[in-house]
Design a protein. Structure first.
Length: 195
């Protein structure tokens, strides 16, 4: 009679394991659709466009609907372009925005230490289908943001849900694009010419 095979040790899928999985991707691009639910407004406010991330710290959100707008973050500098006007500011000048952008960039870049710095993190699921729930550590951020929930499949982020302390929330659904597609889509949308 053959000996029974030893039981395989089961490794917990925690924040560190998720970070290692996500760190395998050095860049990502996706189309997004967003619905924001704001108290006092009937129905959701909708937006759509593209997102792009390049490790370690470049993040860009190009909104094409309802109006053309680009938010670009390189390191600690935020550049906002809207209606032909460009404004630059230090990310640290807006602590709440800084923490939220760090949450998305740190998730996409697989930086568990950065996530732990700003949030209490709880991971559910497994490498194939996971959810990361982030609750602010600092009181000043917690006064505005109740929870941020990011969900994904493998190394791809598929949704971001933000709950504000007052009850308003936003759900962003992401559809991954092949490399280079977000830039081409953004250029085509901005000049109206097909690419």
């Amino acid at each position: 009679m053959a000996a029974a095979a030893p039981a395989l040790a089961r490794t917990a899928f925690d924040l560190d394991a998720l970070a290692r999985l996500l760190a395998q991707r050095h860049s990502a691009q996706a189309r997004f659709t967003e619905e924001r639910y704001v108290s006092g407004i009937d129905g959701p406010l909708r937006a759509s466009g593209t997102l792009a991330f390049t490790a370690p710290d470049h993040f860009e959100r190009h909104t094409t609907e309802p109006q053309d707008e680009t938010v670009r973050v390189d390191g600690r500098v935020v550049t906002l372009t809207r209606g032909g006007h460009t404004r630059r500011m230090a990310l640290d000048a807006v602590p709440q925005l800084s923490a939220l952008l760090e949450a998305v960039r740190a998730t996409l870049g697989g930086d568990a230490a950065a996530l732990r710095r700003h949030f209490q993190a709880r991971v559910e699921g497994d490498p194939g289908l996971w959810t990361l729930k982030l609750t602010p550590r600092r009181t000043e951020l917690g006064e505005q943001v109740r929870e941020l929930t990011l969900a994904g499949q493998g190394s791809e982020l598929r949704s971001i849900e933000l709950w504000l302390a007052g009850g308003d929330h936003a759900l962003t659904i992401l559809t991954p694009l092949p490399a280079g597609a977000a830039g081409a889509a953004a250029s085509a949308a901005s000049d109206g010419q097909p690419r």
